[in-house]
Design a protein around this ligand. Structure first.
Ligand code: FES
Ligand code: MG
Length: 586
């Protein structure tokens, strides 16, 4: 590539070719020569494209990026750029103790430092496992250099005895079978492992598929790229094309701030409803919006997302898995349907320089069992419901996963079909829940609502994915599929439970949920979007005074320095659980 007249000076020139400061230029450049790069390359006005590598042996969901990076590099070279691959802090959703929730903001912080402090003109973000995606997009938003995301792609479908077995979703089923004595320890592990037949991320519509799809809907990845299964040849081709595109984006100076507009976020909210996306999506999207400086609140999720129908028939809301989603047309087919229904801001710019309408208007569902037409959805009004009341200022519920059983059991009063009352049983954190849930003394029956607290961004630092609690084994054996659950933590995107979660503020931040006691009655009214403990104000004031006298809601000690640092500066789930002091750096 020749030095473009119309292109701003490459930022990497300040390191590698600055005749006004020979001392520093020599110092900056000499070490990059030591493995074979030449002066000619580094001083030829060719853009340096970073490859932010999230894959490693510790992050199996993203590990295939180590292979894909070779094709990304070839694409970058073919388009005239110079690739520099570097690692970022690993985040493995299921392997990190106590929770990967801690690591999103840490990886964000470290990637900001790398993008800001090294000679990088543009970056390919290798996304995949749940929090690798928001961490990368949040950092790109803060630093605002040309950036394009490459998904690693989902695993192939899992199978067991002729049936599809989906990531994560099978755990919830297997633990019920185990609790009911239908399978043993070995059988439990074998059944769960059958969901992971190849490299790639969770093959269900969990947080990974959701966030990779929403990255495409935001315009930060190539059209059609999110759903390609990791082992497919198309995935390799997509890696090459993404590398080429990154070089072109630098030439065009197309930055995250050009792509991540309010319209782009509203598009993503609507796509999330049509996907049956994860309940973690509002946390992560709101976090990205805050780092790019776009106003976005849970009210926008309600206003723009609630009425959108469910089109994608993937587990946990539906039947199919990632391979099926790809064959049926993937994200473009979903956006195409929403475009034809006039529900997408079609002018939103995307990474390839075209609008989202131009990219997707001709895309059609190719298998209507997997991706429905807008006029024949799986469910109408399938977005997240935002709830309020005296337990919390906001909490969310994924209504698309309310089962017929749950509806028949809890929402069957003909005079009051959208509301129910239940007796609360309260757990303080996951250990307390595991220790006590099967204790008959708690009197848990099918009119109980399970509540877990101490599990938000401060209480269980990072926020635990624990709100979808299973009923006691005795109730499962008696045919109780699920109990309603409330919590100030998260729940896995692969869970099909209609829990009320992400309650903000959490107990540890003074939320009303801290005042609840076992035995209180809770009223859930989905029509009025309210959840209240039926405890009078005088009693609530008395409880708050007592709690404050005791020094507030008790939380466990931090185990690592980062846990303590994050606890001091992290916000609540409704604001994206970002590091609050970081938001002003835009
Ligand atoms: Fe990594 Fe699901 S655990 S993608
Ligand atoms: Mg998860």
């Amino acid at each position: 590539m020749s030095a473009g007249e119309d292109r701003p000076r490459l930022r990497s020139r300040a390191w590698f070719d600055n005749p006004d400061n020979p001392d520093m230029t020599a110092l900056y450049i000499e070490r990059y020569l030591n493995y074979g790069l030449s002066l000619e390359e580094l001083q030829s006005d060719r853009p340096i494209i970073g490859i932010a590598q999230t894959g490693s042996d510790l992050t199996p969901c993203n590990r295939h990026h180590v292979v894909l990076a070779e094709r990304v590099k070839e694409g970058i070279r073919d388009a005239g750029g110079i690739p520099l691959e570097f690692p970022i802090h690993p985040i493995q959703e299921t392997g990190k103790r106590p929770t990967a929730g801690l690591d999103r903001n840490l990886a964000y912080l470290s990637l900001v430092e790398v993008l800001h402090g090294y000679p990088i003109d543009g970056v390919v973000l290798t996304i995949g496992c749940d929090k690798t995606t928001p961490a990368c997009l949040m950092a790109a938003a803060t630093v605002d250099i040309p950036a394009i995301a490459l998904s690693v792609g989902p695993m192939l479908n899992g199978w067991h005895k002729g049936e599809r077995v989906g990531s994560g979703t099978i755990i919830w089923k297997a633990r019920e079978m185990f609790a009911a004595g239908e399978i043993d320890y070995k059988g439990f592990i074998k059944l769960v492992a059958s969901s992971a037949p190849s490299t790639g991320f969770c093959n269900t519509m969990g947080t990974a598929t959701t966030m990779n799809s929403l990255t495409e809907a935001l315009g930060m990845a190539l059209p059609g790229s999110a759903a390609i299964p990791a082992p497919h040849r198309d995935r390799q081709q997509c890696a090459w094309e993404t590398g080429r595109r990154a070089v072109e984006m630098v030439a065009a100076d197309r930055k995250p701030s050009d792509i991540l507009t309010r319209e782009a976020f509203l598009n993503a909210i609507r796509v999330n409803s049509a996907l049956g996306g994860s309940t973690n999506a509002p946390i992560h999207l709101n976090a990205i919006a805050r780092h790019i400086g776009v106003e976005l609140s849970l009210d926008d999720w309600e206003r723009h997302g609630a009425e959108i129908p469910l089109l994608v028939n993937l587990q946990p809301a539906g039947e199919y898995l990632g391979e099926d989603f790809y064959r049926a047309g993937g994200v473009p087919a979903v956006i195409g349907e929403l475009l034809r229904a006039h529900l997408i801001f079609g002018d939103a710019l995307t990474a390839n320089g075209r609008t989202i309408a131009a990219n997707n208007r001709d895309a059609e569902p190719e298998d209507e069992r997997v991706i429905r037409r807008f006029g024949a959805p799986l469910k109408s009004a399938a977005g997240l419901t935002v709830l309020r009341g005296n337990l919390f200022d906001t909490a969310v519920m994924k209504t698309s996963v309310i089962s017929d059983w749950f509806r028949a059991h809890y929402l069957s009063d003909p005079d009051d079909p959208d509301a129910f009352e239940a007796r609360a049983v309260v757990f303080d954190g996951p250990e307390d829940y595991h220790a006590k849930v099967d204790d008959p003394a708690l009197g848990i029956d099918d009119r109980t609502i399970l509540v877990i607290r101490g599990t938000g961004p401060i209480g269980f630092p990072g926020g635990a994915e624990v709100v979808n609690m299973r009923p006691p084994a005795s109730l499962i054996r008696a045919g109780v599929e699920a109990l309603p659950c409330i919590g100030d933590g998260r729940q896995s995107g692969t869970s099909g439970s209609p829990s009320i979660l992400n309650a903000s503020p959490e107990a540890a931040a003074g939320g009303g949920i801290a005042l609840l006691q076992t035995g209180d009655i809770i009223r859930v009214d989905l029509k009025r979007r309210e959840v209240n403990m039926l405890v009078d104000d005088i009693e609530l004031t008395r409880r708050r005074t007592a709690l404050e006298a005791a020094g507030g809601y008790a939380i466990a000690n931090s185990q690592t320095p980062w846990q303590e640092i994050q606890r001091g500066i992290v916000g609540q789930f409704d604001g994206g659980a970002v590091l609050e002091p970081a938001v002003k750096y835009q």
